[in-house]
Design a protein around this ligand. Sequence first.
Ligand SMILES: [Zn+2]
Length: 464
Amino acid sequence: MIVVVVVAGFSVVVSQTKPATGRPAPVRNRAIANIVREIDARNIEATIRKLVSFGTRNTLSEQNDPKRGIGAARDWLYAEFLKAAAASNGRMTVEKQSYEQAKAARVPQPTMVTNVVATLKGSQPEATDRIYVVSGHYDSMCNTPVDAKCDAPGANDDASGTAAVLEMARVMAKYEFDATIVFMAVAGEEQSLLGSTHFAEQAKEKNWNIDAMFTNDIVGNTLGGNGVRDRGTVRVFSEGVPSNEKPAEATTRRSVGGENDSPSRQLARFIKETSEAFVPQMKVMMVYRRDRYGRGGDHIPFLERGYPAVRFTEVNEEFRHQHQNVRVENGVQFGDLPEFVDFAYVANVARVNAASLAALAWAPSRPKGVTILSQRLSNDTELKWDANREPELAGYEIVWRDTTAAVWTNSKPVGNVTSFTMKGMSKDNYFFGVRAIDKDGNRSPVSYPKPLTRAQPAAANPSL
Ligand SMILES: [Zn+2]
């Protein structure tokens, strides 16, 4: 379909683009370019400074003081997301999602944990229940997560991610997407991912179709403790073997591979391709692991429940500015202060996120039920999948790469069909995938096929 968006009083008709052949490249969707352009580093700076001004945002800190503590930050964020929602024509709603966390390792007494959740409802009936979640955590800590009194400015960890999410909500609320996007600021991250776990658990109980989740955590420092300054790269962490892999899936993976083709890894590739098209000043550094050594993030509760998810983080971290009491020691400034945040860089990370979310929410869903006919010994590769439901679907592309390649290197449009045979290309020699394309050229992430095991013919001997 043609997407018409109204921005600042004039409408933009997104041009139709022919599907690419050869090396895959996302379409130049003009609305996505507009979103990228509208993200403003000055708003991000103002948000980070405001969040720092609450003194501490430790989850155990004051909930009812209007000036200091996590409660003041929560109420301010709620009001800001409401302002963003005012531009959405009623499509964005904002809520405080609260629950009482019982005593736990980093929670000395029962504590209310509140996520601020802004939901921008998708407009296409076939896609509105498909949900993309983007989050940052607004809680902070100093040396220890149970010190509720110390100053914990948390400018980088994670006012940076929270500010990126709020800016995306401001810009994207004006646009109408097919699928639903949830912009979220969570609490309790430093207390062991409490807020994100609560949200993911609720989603699982309600059987929500969360098709992707991004967490932005520590996305603002561009001068590492190693002395390296890098203002043009962001890391995207994705797991290879799914956290919720079942034993039968592990058996298949050991047999024919797939440890580099989880839905989260396909998501990372999608982000990289989208970013190259729309945010060329930024390089996406895919990291093939769930998270850094000894660290975790709000994507993990989603992964554990079977939702594809990735983590965005700066490339070179400065540990003197994370989880530290604010102090000067031997002439060295410790503490997570705003003077160490590169606001223009945070804006670029927000642009990578926003372009990817917009591309996902305007694209058809990933093809479902994708299988590769595995029993027949053949030098052809036979793929099958279920038909997509979206009315503006144009068709599908087969993508492939060498088994040692990091990203999809080739694609072939195959039309609006639900099976295709790659003649003369052996499934033993390449990895294949399938993605959906709509009439505007918006492409879904790639679905990696499962082997289709048919009843074994009596005479066959597959082991030789
Ligand atoms: Zn963090």
